[in-house]
Design a protein around this ligand. Sequence first.
Ligand SMILES: C[S@@+](CC[C@H](N)C(=O)[O-])C[C@H]1O[C@@H](n2cnc3c(N)ncnc32)[C@H](O)[C@@H]1O
Length: 246
Amino acid sequence: MSFMKPDAADVTNPRFRPWAKIASPTANLAQTTWDLKQREEVQARNEKYWLDKGHTPIPREIFEKHPKIWLEIGSGTGGYFLDLAKKNPEAHLIAIERCKIRSGRMIQKFVKSQLTNIQGFRGNAIPALITGIPSESVERIYILYPCPWPKNAHRKNRWYLHTVMPHLIRILKPGGFVIWASDQEFYIREATFVSETRYSLKTILSGEVIPNEWNQLVEFPNGRTSFEAKFFSANHPCFELISQKL
Ligand SMILES: C[S@@+](CC[C@H](N)C(=O)[O-])C[C@H]1O[C@@H](n2cnc3c(N)ncnc32)[C@H](O)[C@@H]1O
C-alpha cells in the first residue's frame, strides 16, 4: 500500500483539507464534567500498567538534586527551553520529547550549548509522570501546543483528561505553575475548566496569547516554539492558560 502526501493540488480534495479549514470543536464543559467522573477506574488500571512495567525515561535523582526544576512535556526540538535555560541560570530545565527525530535534534542542541542547567530526554512523558517524578519537586510545567485531539472519540488523550493529569498536579510544588498554549481555543477553555474545578488550581491567566509578563513574548516576537511560530506566521490566533497550585 502506498501513502499519498498532500500537496498544493490536493487542497480541493476534502481528504486533504488544510488544518485551518477543518472546523474545530467548541469547549464542551458538560461533557468534560461527565468525562472526569468516569476517570477513576481507568486511572487505577493505567497506573498499574506503568508501575508493573517499572520504566521511567527520566532518572528520579535529578528531581531530588535540583531545587528549582522547570519541566517541558512534548518539547519538540527544544529551542524555547534552550533560550529559557540561558536566561534563567538559577533554574534546572528538563525537556522530554517522544519523537525520535525531534528529540535527537533537541539533545544535539542542548549538548552543543554546553549549558549545565538543561537536560533533554527522549521518551514517553506518561511513565515519567506516573512513576518517575517525586511529589512536589517541580516548579513549572510547560505544555506548549500539544496535539489537541479534536475528535470527540479521542478526547481522553487530551492532557487534562488523561490519567497523567493527577500526577502533573502531584509533582508540582505548592505555588508552582502549569503553563499551557494551544492554537485551539476549546482546548484552553476545557483545560481551564478542569484545572479550576477538578484540581482547584488558581487561574492566573486564560485567553488569547498576547505579550504579557508570563509569556515574555516581547522577547520572542516570532513565537516561542516552532509550532507557535507557524501559527503566528499564518495569523492563526493562539491561546494560553497559566494555572497555579495553591
Ligand atoms: C504539536 S508538537 C509541539 C512541539 C513543541 N512544543 C512546539 O510547540 O513546537 C507536540 C509534541 O509533543 C510530543 N508528544 C506527544 N505525546 C508525548 C508523550 N507522551 N511524551 C513525550 N512527548 C510527547 C510529540 O512528539 C510532539 O513533538
